[in-house]
Design a protein around this ligand. Structure first.
Ligand SMILES: Nc1ncnc2c1ncn2[C@@H]1O[C@H](COP(=O)(O)OP(=O)(O)OP(=O)(O)O)[C@@H](O)[C@H]1O
Length: 452
């Protein structure tokens, strides 16, 4: 077995020694230097698997080194050691491309976690965003437009970092899919990805949902319950619709992120956390902060890196590819031959505005594929607002009907998705939907969805 090589940069001999001893016990080989220039020299002719640098060095700061490595050694993970409580410099280092940080005094548990993540990274060099494999990947983000290629490239970079990412984009534009990709392409891939819809959990249950509780800690707590943070241990937690978090939860969340630990309700001790936090919203959080509805300190912690998912109307050229993919998926699902769009129908799809983005395209095609008997979908079958066939009005689209239908379809999709994400487990799906298991059963019955 080859020993992994770690470069330590710190000007305090005591800390250098402590780190060398600790990493040595982890069967790692170390080299330690005290200045930026020595580090740069060593990096030129020695292979390293990880670099651990202090922030304040005699001839520069840790950020200079992070910048240098992004250019000259982009595949080498670098982590910074920050002074106790200096959140700003940690955030700045993450923004510059450091994959993680530890704060002084260095906690050995955190250090070990960081090192093992880093070593996974250095074993798997970044992939090429444009590969065929990725385009054919059913879980990946489809799209050839420059906007999507840029997004895919950024995702691969962010997957290698542990920095919190705030994903901003219109409803249905693919924010959750982006978050899944960040998780799936990074070193946490073998661990859970837990999406939480912050708008769907009743405020009074939120603390227990997030942090868990101990049996008997409040009326109704009849058994110990693991919270969502613990469910995501080792993996990634997506705080979806994060702008909906009530202020009292924002405080608790900030604390959990800062301390990297949680305390279940009624528990005597904190539990250390190893969870990467991603968040998403269709609302602009900066605006929410200005309006006093979102805490600035939490915003600052979540929004270390901001990633915008383009609206579908900004990448119209991707619509044919997406449409074909969706129709093929439906055909697979229904076990029928795939339906095709006429070129006029493709044109019409490309000209549509999509306030509901990719999800709207999916719904629209599902409706068209369901209602069209033939294997070819024509413009009229799409029932786009400006292409409605006025000579043959559809009796089912009386003024009140479309909204009810639309809502029902949304509900159906949300529930189906939740069940799929929960691996078919209705209790888990109900929890993610903010419903009781009984409420979910009732809805499944009403929508005619059978669940086995
Ligand atoms: N680039 C893409 N390629 C393939 N499918 C996509 C892409 N973007 C989005 N989708 C699909 O569109 C649907 C909506 O995406 P997703 O749920 O990620 O959006 P969202 O922005 O999180 O929505 P919301 O704002 O409602 O939470 C999903 O079924 C997703 O798989």
């Amino acid at each position: 077995m080859t020993l992994h090589n770690v470069l330590i940069i710190d000007d305090e001999p005591d800390i250098r020694e402590l780190l060398e001893i600790t990493l040595g016990r982890m069967q790692l080989h170390t080299r330690a230097v005290g200045t930026v220039s020595e580090a740069k020299r060593l990096l030129e002719n020695t292979h390293f698997d990880l670099c651990l640098t202090d922030m304040r060095l005699p001839d520069g700061d840790g950020i200079d080194l992070v910048d240098h490595m992004q250019i000259h050694h982009p595949n080498l993970p670098v982590a910074v050691i920050t002074a106790y409580g200096s959140v700003e410099s940690a955030v700045q280092a993450l923004k510059s491309g450091a994959f993680d940080f530890v704060s002084k005094p260095v906690d050995l548990h955190n250090l070990r976690r960081l090192v093992s993540t880093a070593l996974k990274l250095s074993q798997s060099p970044p992939e090429d965003a444009g590969t065929q494999a990725q385009q054919a990947d059913p879980h990946g983000l489809l799209g050839h437009t420059p906007a999507m290629q840029r997004l895919n490239e950024t995702i691969l970079k962010l997957a290698r970092s542990q920095a919190p990412v705030y994903i901003l984009g219109e409803s249905g534009s693919g924010k959750e899919r982006v978050a899944r990709e960040i998780h799936r392409r990074g070193p946490r891939q073998g661990h859970p990805f837990v999406p939480v819809n912050c708008g769907a959990i009743p405020a009074e249950l939120m603390e227990s949902e997030f942090f868990g509780h101990i049996k008997g800690s409040f009326t109704g707590a009849t058994a110990d319950k693991q919270g969502l943070f613990q469910a995501a241990q080792g993996g990634t937690l997506l705080l979806d619709e994060v702008a909906e978090l009530p202020l009292h939860m924002q405080v608790k969340l900030l604390r959990a992120i800062q301390e990297r630990a949680i305390k279940p309700i009624g528990a005597a001790h904190e539990i250390p956390l190893d969870v990467r936090i991603l968040s998403a919203s269709h609302k602009d959080l900066a605006v929410e902060v200005q309006a006093g509805r979102f805490r600035q300190d939490l915003f600052y912690r979540l929004n270390v890196i901001e990633l915008r998912v383009p609206a579908l109307r900004e990448r119209q050229e991707d619509i044919p590819l997406l449409a074909t993919h969706i129709l093929n998926r439906l055909a697979d699902h229904w076990d029928t031959p795939a339906k095709h769009l006429t070129s006029a129908a493709i044109q019409a799809l490309m000209a549509h505005d999509y306030p509901g983005n990719v999800r709207e395209l999916e719904n629209l095609l599902e409706r068209a594929a369901t209602l069209t008997e033939s294997n070819t979908i024509q413009v009229a079958d799409l029932r786009l607002p400006h292409t409605t066939d006025t000579e043959h009005p559809d009796p089912s689209s009386s003024p009140q009907r479309p909204l009810t239908q639309h809502l029902e379809q949304q509900e159906r999709q949300t529930i189906t998705l939740a069940l799929a994400q929960a691996g078919g487990n209705p209790t888990l799906a109900a929890r993610h939907l903010g419903l009781t298991a009984r409420q979910l059963r009732h809805r499944l019955g009403r929508l005619g969805l059978k669940h086995h």
